[in-house]
Write a protein that binds this ligand. Structure first.
Ligand code: LMR
Length: 388
């Protein structure tokens, strides 16, 4: 049975974790996988998360099954945070808890595959390396198109609109809600409007991947473009991750919401979601979602979480500003948002930075700016400069 399997290259992003870990050099820098780090390089458990865990430990009286939908109150409270009250309470919306944002994307892909249509999934490049394989693995056709103009270090809106004007009604358009991974390039309100107009006019279905809400400009600002889009179209999907904004990475906390065209279309969608979830993971893990629910149910915990999230956002912005000042070629980094920026360097330069300076990033030249601190940012900029 297994003799036909061949060796596969390790996941390029996850491999960086292992390489960095194995490097004994004390000054090593990890700007690889997308995790927030504080000034000391740690990825701490957030204060509100610790407090919520203490409450759960004390008061949780059962580990009984919840069902394929997971913790529905978590999903509903999170919907208000992500989508805003009006969209969250719409009778055209349904949502389920998923194992992380990846689980949400895979469930969205499986739902699409079961729709009885054969839509193409349109994905702008560069993108998170896991996006394309997730849709291919669900048997969907994927078409990639330009999204980022490396020469201008900005969004290639003309290229994007031109590509999407070739899409057919019912095709899926994958968009990053905020904090674009890997470029950090932000869509302006006008660009969101232009996209929404085209998507609505052509009958396309947006799938928004919102994995960094609150780490760009702020919770509502980071969701504004997505909300505008959802208001403009009959059908949409939103894949959400609490990995970064609640720093719950390994707990695998996500959600998928589907906006149906009519209230009567909601229950068949929900039935399909529950059935597919049951087949794939049966029920999502509870602990992380219970933490988020506990925080969102309590004003004090919510306030503590918001304060810490805003401190994280401010630190990211400060590092971005330092990088922007370090070299004209990096100036765009100060204008962009979130954890990631794309350095205009090739993989030979990436390997050389690793060997000579113990700086770890994936071959794409993407950096997690939160891997730097106020001291290492200078060393980093000096090391990178000869390659720019
Ligand atoms: C990243 O892009 O580094 C993160 O989203 C982590 C991951 O799962 O790849």
């Amino acid at each position: 049975l297994f003799a036909g399997l061949t060796r596969q290259p390790p996941d390029a992003l996850l491999a960086v974790i292992g390489m960095h870990r194995a490097d004994p050099r004390p000054h090593k820098i990890d700007v690889g996988v997308g995790m927030y780090r504080d000034e000391s390089g740690a990825t701490p458990v957030m204060r509100a998360v610790k407090a919520a865990e203490e409450r759960l430990l004390k008061h949780q009286d059962s580990k009984g099954y919840l069902g394929a939908e997971g913790d529905q109150r978590y999903t509903d409270l999170l919907a208000r945070l992500a989508l805003g009250t009006k969209l969250a309470e719409s009778d055209r919306l349904t949502g389920v808890q998923t194992p992380g944002g990846t689980g949400a994307l895979r469930l969205a892909a499986e739902l699409t595959a079961r729709s009885g249509r054969a839509p193409t999934v349109w994905i702008g490049t560069p993108t998170w390396p896991n996006h394309v394989p997730i849709f291919l693995a669900a048997g969907l056709a994927v078409e990639t198109h330009a999204y980022f103009d490396a020469d201008r270090s900005g969004v290639d809106m003309d290229g994007c609109l031109a590509a999407l004007s070739r899409a057919r009604a019912g095709d899926i358009v994958v968009l990053h809600g905020c904090c674009h991974n890997p470029t950090g390039a932000r869509l302006t309100a006008e660009q969101w409007t232009a996209l929404a107009d085209l998507i609505a006019a052509r009958g396309l279905v947006p799938l928004i991947d919102l994995a960094y809400q609150g780490l760009g400009q702020g919770l509502d600002a980071d969701a504004a473009g997505m909300r505008l889009l959802l208001n403009a179209v009959p059908e949409a999907m939103v894949a959400y991750s609490c990995d970064k904004n609640f720093a719950l990475y390994r707990e695998r906390v996500g959600a998928l919401w589907i906006q149906a065209a009519t209230p009567s279309a909601v229950m068949p969608v929900r039935d399909a979601l529950l059935m597919l979830a049951r087949w794939i993971w049966s029920m999502p893990p509870d602990h992380g979602a219970a933490i988020v629910r506990t925080i969102l149910e309590d004003d004090n915990l919510t306030q503590s979480w918001l304060t810490e999230l805003s401190d994280m956002r401010a630190r990211i912005a400060a590092i971005r500003a330092s990088l922007g000042e370090a070299h004209p070629v990096l100036a765009h980094i100060a204008q962009q948002e979130g954890l990631f920026a794309l350095l205009p360097i090739d993989k030979t330069a990436v390997a050389s930075l690793r060997d000579r300076h113990a700086i770890y990033m994936p071959d794409s030249g993407r950096i997690n700016v939160a891997g730097l601190n106020s001291v290492s940012v200078k060393h980093f900029a000096e090391a990178v400069m000869p390659y720019l």
